[in-house]
Design a protein around this ligand. Structure first.
Ligand code: KG4
Ligand code: ZN
Length: 346
């Protein structure tokens, strides 16, 4: 093995077939094949369609990543794969592929947690993470505030999570009711730029004095948006879509950043990391920067392309595990659709 491990990472937890190649903390390739267009007309990811698309895309995407990185399969020192959480059938395709490459190449296998990988990926862009740090993880299926002692090292502690919808899920549902395409985050983000974030005072869920400080709730916000839009429509008035998008987005970004920053302060850490698909959101990024500056915290958010699902994040976490001497996973590694956020390695 050369000084730093060359790790191949495979991600198939949802609708992106991602294959990343990393040497230590250096990103060499990030190939992604998405089946999102095949799901769009259903308004959400159809698990069977995603699994079949992963199967078709897997080998070509691995070949593309190897050629982009300019390395041969034999050069790979370890294979990392998302073992969960995610869609069972989709995860199975990635885990089976990773096992096959691991056996064929005679290299160790690391089954990793998709959510930890969303946090780890930032080290490819901004160098090693501070230890410990607080992480805000915001994706299509999860929204949590985490205390991360050492990425790839000790267990992660969940300080709080959503009690109902995830932030990304709220974006997707609100987009649907506004007649915007799936996934809803990008079109709402774009539309909101032409809207007034203060136009409508949407509720900030879970921010009462007696609410758990790091828990989230976005289902009431989604209902509030639906009611507001319906009332307009019933009155025969036009719906100011850009204002609705901007006001909804402001409510999400306000709550997420306020709670994450409070957690960092209470934990006495100097760094906040934001990861997951919703971390690509322009308003969340801007507001987090503004509030971290005011609180004297260092903010780290990967570039938008590394926030949404990809294989580079899996390879990045795999390389940390190899570097810390973690024991590889067993070859009968299961795909665990409900893998707890605290389990970094399976
Ligand atoms: O992390 P991710 O790619 O997949 C999961 O692990 O779930 O996150 C997908 C979620 C979707 O709900 C999508 O609407 C949201 O991330 N998303 C965004 C943006 N880009 C993607 N939400 C808000 N603003 C964005 N720019
Ligand atoms: Zn994800």
């Amino acid at each position: 093995m050369s000084s730093e491990p060359l790790v191949l990472g495979i991600e198939t937890s949802c609708d992106e077939t991602g294959v990343g190649i990393v040497r230590g903390t250096t990103l060499l390739a990030d190939a992604v094949a998405s089946s999102v267009d095949e799901h769009a007309r259903f308004g959400g990811v159809v698990p069977e369609v995603a699994s079949r698309a992963h199967l078709q895309a897997m080998v070509p995407t691995i070949s593309r990543a190897l050629s982009d990185a300019g390395v041969a399969a034999d050069d790979v020192d370890a294979v990392a794969v998302t073992a969960g959480p995610g869609l069972s059938g989709a995860l199975l395709v990635g885990v089976a592929a990773a096992k096959a490459y691991s056996v064929a190449l005679g290299k160790p296998l690391y089954g990793v947690n998709h959510l930890s990988a969303h946090v780890a990926v930032d080290l490819l862009e901004h160098g090693p993470l501070a230890e410990p740090c607080v992480a805000l993880l915001v994706s299509g299926g999860h929204s949590s505030v985490l205390l991360v002692p050492r990425i790839g090292g000790e267990q992660i502690t969940e300080l709080g999570a959503t009690v109902d919808d995830a932030a990304g899920e709220a974006y997707d549902k609100v987009a649907r009711l506004l007649g915007l395409p799936f996934p809803g985050g990008p079109p709402i983000d774009r539309l909101a730029r032409d809207g007034d974030p203060a136009a409508i005072a949407f509720p900030r869920g879970m921010t009462g004095a007696h609410d758990p400080p790091f828990a989230f709730s976005f289902s009431g916000l989604k209902t509030a948006v639906a009611r507001w839009v319906e009332a307009r429509q019933r009155a025969g008035e036009a719906v100011p879509v850009a204002d609705v998008a901007a006001s909804f987005q402001e409510a999400v970004a306000d709550v997420l950043t306020a709670k994450a920053i409070r957690a960092a302060r209470e934990q006495g850490v100097g760094h906040l990391v934001i990861g997951g698909g919703v971390a690509a959101n322009s308003r969340l990024r801007a507001l987090a920067q503004e509030r971290c500056d005011a609180a004297g915290l260092r903010l780290r958010v990967p570039r938008p392309g590394l926030c949404t699902d990809n294989g580079a994040m899996v390879a990045a976490l795999g390389a940390q595990l190899v570097a810390h001497g973690a024991a590889p996973s067993a070859l009968d590694l299961p795909a665990d659709s409900a893998l707890p956020i605290t389990d970094v390695l399976v």
